[in-house]
Design a protein around this ligand. Sequence first.
Ligand code: SAH
Length: 213
Amino acid sequence: MKDTTKHQGLRNQLANVLEAKGINDEKVLKAIRKIPRHLFMDSSFEAHAYQDKAFPIAAEQTISQPYTVAFQSQVLEVKPEEKVLEIGTGSGYQTAVLLELNAEVYSIERQHELFKKTSMFLPRLGYKPKRFIFGDGYKGLLEEAPFDKIIVTAGAPYVPKALLAQIKVGGRLLIPVGDQEQVMTLFIRKSPKEFEKHELGDFRFVPMLKKKN
Ligand code: SAH
C-alpha cells in the first residue's frame, strides 16, 4: 500500500469535516492531514479510511473514529516533550497523532497480536514511541510514572486508581467511563490530593478488558 495525492485530498477533506464538528486545535488538524490512516487499516476497508468512522482491526478491536481521536488529542492539550501514557495502542493511529504533537509516548496494549503488529508497523512509518508495552493498562506504568498526560482509548468500567496516582500535579487523565456507552471524563490534578473532574459527552469504545490473554 502506498500514499498518493488522492489520499492527501481525502485527508484534507476529513480535517475539514472534523473542523466543522468543533475541532479547532491547528496542531491536531495538521496531524490528521498528515497521517496516512489508510495504512493503519485492513486493505479491505482502505477505500473508507477517510470517512469519520471507526473500523475493525485485528483481535476484534477497532481503530477509533477520527473525530474521537481528534477530540481526545485536543482535550489532552499535549505540549512538546511531555510524557504521555496511552492505554490501548490498537492500530497505532492515536499513537501517531501523539507523536506528531511531539510527545514522548509510552503505549500499552493487552492483545499480543496487536502489540506485535503495531510495534513493528509504526516505526516503519517513522513513528517511534519511547516504549511499546505488552501489558495491562489498568495498572498504568509505574516504573515510568509520573506522566504529564494519560489517555485511555477503551471504555473503562471504572476509573483505575493507579492511573490517577500516576499523573503529575497539573497533569491530565482522559478516560471514557461506562459499560455500553461511555462518558468522556477528564481529570486535572490540582494538587497531590485534589482532582478536578469534567464530563465531556458520550462516546462509544470497545471495552477495556481486565485480563491478558
Ligand atoms: N487508539 C486505538 C484504539 C483501539 S481500541 C486505535 O485507534 O487504533 C482499544 C484498544 O485497547 C484495543 O486495541 C484493545 O486491545 C486495548 N485494550 C483493551 N483493554 C486494555 C487493557 N486493559 N490494557 C491495555 N490495552 C487494552
